[in-house]
Design a protein around this ligand. Structure first.
Ligand code: CMP
Length: 475
């Protein structure tokens, strides 16, 4: 039976019952009416009258209940009326009708006095129904407060009983747990406990945890995991998942991934799917999950014959840099041995304008941006990618750093210090000249961006060459 056909058939049933009760009353009046015409409510006749009229009142109230709550309430509010409210309506209306009928039939009985004078009656009822009434009133207050609705997920109390709300009755809140069991929490208990509500029409966040090795790049992990989570079914596209480091653990970088499920009631399945997708994505990207490990560092004497893969990479990178092209293989290897590798996160400052600097950098992986400050805001002057170098101006002239250099993405650079360059200048006199040309060009770029009139490149380069030679103490 569908939800919409149920109210109609209920009303039909109650209508038929009402008609039957009215018919019974009518027939009763017809057959026994002669006797009771003058005094209808007398003697033993009063009992069938009471039964008949009460039944008629009851079925009429049910019809009214169905009309009010199945149609009027649903139309106005858009959701089904809570069972508890419906039951209260039926109970109060029926009690009133019953008292009215009783009063009409048993005129001599003073109901008011019966209730007001019967203190013992009240105490007995109160004691017997203590728990029931407690639940009843707690249920009413829950309805009045409306902290949650049918269909919301709630977590109740210190035991965190969690499930989808299926209904609130006289006695209890009915929850469908994620094991597909039904949990009943009595209203009075629920009213005392803290309730965490995850409303059905709200985007409630979920957190999934994982750990990676310290050697794996955080920027890469964030990108890979975020994209993997986006692919998962039931993950909302309205908010981008957030992946962030929550702790540096003993043997892992500990991560939390935050995402927003479309249907929170399915979070168990979605959490599992998200974990699975993270596993595959990390595997493809060659990022390793961490588990308790112990790392042994064995120190080996470096031998020129046995170069490691990383050293070879550095040598290749340096020999592709144009200013180092004139160097011999041995000199490039020496330079690579003196170079120190650093990794910068996206947005990190590699060089700050105005600082003193005694080293230059070659971009190994990634990209940097050269920026000058223009009235407080950063203006980009140039972008340098793999194989480009920067920081040479301060290194070769001894002047403060001329610009900010910022990593645009995760960037690995090789830092070459003053001592390594001095040695190269002594054996390669041409090197200073080619560097002075680069510096002159870059200075022209800086001046153009700050709208100063640049010096002629040749004049500038010649002056620079002399100051480089002086600074490095070359003849
Ligand atoms: P240095 O002055 O040591 O520090 C900032 C660096 O930015 C600078 O060296 C150059 O390497 C680099 N730089 C400055 N201007 C430019 C430019 N116009 N083009 C490329 N790089 C530049």
């Amino acid at each position: 039976m569908t939800a919409s056909s149920r109210p109609k058939s209920n009303i039909l049933l109650y209508l038929i019952a009402t008609v039957a009760a009215a018919l019974a009353t009518f027939l009763f009046l017809k057959f026994f009416g002669n006797h009771a015409a003058e005094h209808p409510f007398q003697g033993w006749w009063r009992i069938p009258w009471l039964v008949l009229l009460s039944a008629l009142a009851y079925v009429s109230i049910r019809v009214l209940n169905a009309l009010l709550f199945d149609f009027a309430f649903r139309l106005r509010r858009g959701y089904e009326a809570p069972t508890l409210v419906r039951n209260i309506f039926t109970l109060v209306a029926f009690t009133l009708f019953f008292l009215l009928i009783f009063n009409k039939i048993y005129v001599e009985v003073n109901l008011g006095a019966l209730f007001t004078t019967s203190a013992i009656f009240g105490v007995i009822i109160g004691l017997a129904l203590q728990d029931t009434l407690g639940n009843f009133f707690a249920g009413i207050s829950l309805h009045a407060d409306r902290p949650f609705q049918v269909g919301d997920v709630i977590a109740l109390g210190p035991q965190r009983i969690t499930g989808v709300v299926e209904g609130i009755t006289w006695r209890a809140i009915k929850l469908r747990t994620f094991a597909n069991n039904v949990a009943l929490v009595s209203n009075s208990v629920a009213a005392k406990e803290a309730i965490e509500v995850f409303p059905r029409d709200n985007l409630n966040a979920r957190l999934v945890y994982f750990g990676t090795l310290y050697t794996d790049s955080p920027a890469k992990t964030i990108h890979i995991v975020r994209e993997a989570i986006r692919e998962a079914e039931n993950v909302s596209t309205k908010i981008t998942p957030v992946v962030r480091i929550r702790n540096f653990g003993d043997s892992a970088i500990e991560w939390e991934a935050k995402y927003w499920p479309q249907d929170y009631a399915k979070y168990n399945d979605t959490d599992a799917l998200v974990r699975q997708l993270i596993w595959y994505a990390l595997r493809r990207a060659d990022i390793n999950f961490a588990f308790p490990t112990r790392t042994l560092h064995l120190e080996r004497k470096p031998s020129v014959q046995a170069l490691t893969g990383r050293q070879k990479e550095v040598i290749e990178r340096l020999s592709a840099v144009d200013i180092f092209a004139p160097l011999s293989i041995e000199e490039t290897e020496k330079l690579a041995g003196a170079a120190v590798r650093h990794v910068f996160a996206p947005g990190e400052l590699v060089i700050r304008a105005g600082d003193q600097g005694s080293s230059m950098f070659v971009v190994h992986n990634g990209r940097v941006q050269v920026q000058v400050s223009d009235g407080g805001t950063a203006r980009a002057v140039a972008e340098l990618g793999e194989g480009a170098f920067f920081g040479e101006m301060a290194l070769f002239t001894g002047e403060p750093r001329a610009a900010n250099v910022v990593a645009l993405e995760e960037t690995e650079v090789m830092e070459i210090g003053h001592a390594a360059m001095k040695h190269l200048f002594e054996t390669n006199p041409d090197l200073a000249e080619s560097i002075s040309w680069t510096i002159a060009e870059r200075r022209a770029g800086l001046q153009a961006s700050s709208q100063q009139i640049p010096l002629a490149a040749e004049a500038e380069s010649a002056g620079l060459l002399n100051s480089i030679k002086r600074f490095f103490g070359l003849g």
